[in-house]
Design a protein. Structure first.
Length: 160
């Protein structure tokens, strides 16, 4: 039961001309703590008893804490939640992207590794051919420094 307001009478003059009786047990509530709702006044003990009666035989949802009969809860990831929380989870999961397939990921990694190995082999072949003088125009060792500079200038000008 949800109460609209809690009255606490501190003096006999605050009780006014109307008699304030508990609508459940009939106790006179003048000068005592009480709860007022649309049906009248209720003493605090009766409010507690009504709340206990309302929650009897119910179990709280693990997420929203709403109290339901045990048959109203459904299992979800080792907990019992209400159907509205389950629908929320299903709605959220509908928009999630699936995790990547491990088999596709491994195949892609192997493909990338083969490409890198191919590039490495091509670079190694270029280095070996350059060292052998087949490509890159290796200059002879018996050239003077002036001839070496002239040959270097000539090769850079022809590449431009």
């Amino acid at each position: 039961m949800e109460a609209d307001s809690v009255d606490s009478a501190s003096s006999p003059s605050s009780s006014g001309s109307g008699v304030k009786l508990c609508r459940v047990c009939g106790k006179d509530l003048a000068g005592h703590r009480r709860v007022k709702d649309s049906l009248g006044y209720i003493c605090v003990a009766c409010v507690k008893a009504e709340k206990k009666h309302e929650t009897a035989g119910t179990v709280p949802c693990a997420e929203c804490k709403r109290r339901l009969k045990p048959s109203g809860l459904v299992p979800w990831r080792n907990t019992m939640i209400c159907r509205s929380c389950l629908k929320d989870h299903e709605e959220i999961n509908r928009f999630k992207t699936p995790p990547p397939s491990l088999a596709n990921h491994d195949a892609y990694q192997r493909y990338r590794l083969l490409i890198l190995l191919g590039v490495l082999v091509v670079l190694a072949v270029i280095m070996v051919l350059s060292q052998m003088g087949i490509i890159g125009g290796k200059l002879p060792d018996n050239l003077s420094p002036a001839d070496r500079d002239a040959a270097t200038r000539q090769s850079t000008e022809s590449h431009k």
